[in-house]
Design a protein around this ligand. Structure first.
Ligand code: PMP
Length: 370
């Protein structure tokens, strides 16, 4: 501990919420309802599973260190050049590398209140100063969503990185394509904007749009994506960043050799090719999300608007007790106290059976007065 550099000594490790292995062991028999990590409950494309299985006979070989096939597939998918793509062991790794590359002592990093926890960890790990812009107020149409004006206003001459997500975790909220374009026009060239689009495939609101079309006009824009959410490959750890090729080349310098494993490379490429499967899984998520949101609102709990695969729900003063009582009934949600939202829980959208078990457990608590 005392030998760690000061920035790391001051750091707290990323909080995954719960020890799921222990909870699964305890719930053996009834099964654990896991709605804490924004995973896709329907699982990956069968083509991805086949491609993963096909690699197993080659595990004595190193993976392609350049990830060429996956990069080319992503470039074709997004209409960009493969030199603009950087692969990561999950997008989490890329978020950390961005801080390593562009931040450090004496540098400001800007993020938003209720932004994803990893941004603060990435900034603080390299000794940068974190400036947190306030989120939108509760009574807005996008309660607790990113306030792009406040974020732009928090940028100083010392700012080198700005982290924000669209849609955002943990709020589920999003901002309009046009609003982000206007925001980018205000950001000075010395600040690199990291737009985390981990949930972008899922978002379908008419005013939502990926920032990919803005890349040509802004050399200081980096977009991160992941195969962990819509593509249901969280266990394999594959994410990617897209930026101007000069910025991508900087990130490549920090990449560990073979950071994305062979199974992950093959499965991600195959998943990308299965458009019909993606369409179906997203339709199932939207259907279940809207049904779950309606059921929760019916029971009197405010639910934030969401274009993701999770809901931020207000349970009021009893939140911690409800969270614990649900845990005792083998239902895992994500507590939000670490985000400064102790009266909220984040609920990942499960399959119909899981959502039913969650609602039944909540109804049981209501009758027992727990
Ligand atoms: N960004 C956001 C907004 C997320 O919610 C997550 C996962 N919870 C990540 C990035 C990291 O995902 P991964 O490392 O699995 O790509």
């Amino acid at each position: 501990e005392e030998l760690a550099v000061p920035a790391v000594r001051a750091l707290r490790a990323y909080d995954p919420g719960h020890d799921l292995v222990a909870l699964r062991r305890r719930a053996a028999g009834t099964g654990l309802v896991e709605l804490g990590s924004n995973e896709n409950p329907w699982g990956p494309s069968p083509r991805a599973l086949d491609a993963a299985a096909a690699v197993l006979g080659e595990l004595h070989r190193y993976p392609d260190p350049l990830g060429g096939n996956l990069k080319r597939a992503l470039a074709a998918e997004h209409g960009i050049d493969a030199s603009q793509v950087v692969l990561g062991n999950g997008s989490h790794e890329l978020l950390m590398q961005l801080a390593q590359a562009f931040a450090g002592p004496g540098v400001d990093v800007v993020a938003s209140q209720f932004g994803f926890a990893v941004y603060a960890i990435a900034a603080r790990a390299v000794g940068a100063h974190l400036r947190v812009a306030p989120a939108l107020p509760l009574d807005d149409a996008m309660p607790r969503g990113h306030d792009l004006d406040a974020i732009a206003g928090a940028i100083t001459p010392a700012t080198r990185l700005v982290y924000l997500a669209n849609p955002n975790n943990p709020t589920g909220t999003w901002f309009a394509r046009d609003a982000f374009a206007a925001f980018m026009a205000r950001v000075p060239d010395h600040a690199i904007v990291v737009l985390d689009e981990a949930y972008a495939e899922i978002a379908a609101a008419p005013d939502f749009g990926s920032a990919l079309p803005l890349l040509g006009a802004h050399r200081n824009l980096v977009i991160t994506r992941t195969f962990s959410k819509a593509y249901a490959l969280a266990g394999l750890r594959v994410g990617y960043a897209i930026a101007h090729s000069a910025l991508a080349a900087v990130l490549e310098r920090l990449r560990e050799s073979f950071n994305v494993n062979a199974v992950a490379l093959a499965a991600a490429e195959a998943a990308l090719g299965d458009r019909g499967w993606l369409r179906d899984t997203l339709a199932a998520n939207t259907r279940e999300r809207e049904a779950l949101a309606a059921a929760l609102r019916e029971r009197g709990w405010p639910v934030s608007p969401s274009q993701t695969n999770f809901l931020l729900v207000e349970f009021g003063a009893r939140t911690a007790r409800i969270e614990q009582a649900l845990l005792e009934r083998n239902v895992v949600l994500r507590p939000m106290a670490g985000y400064g939202l102790p009266e909220c829980l984040r609920i990942s959208v499960g399959g119909p059976g899981e959502n039913r078990r969650l609602l039944a457990a909540l109804d049981e608590l209501a009758t027992t007065g727990d």
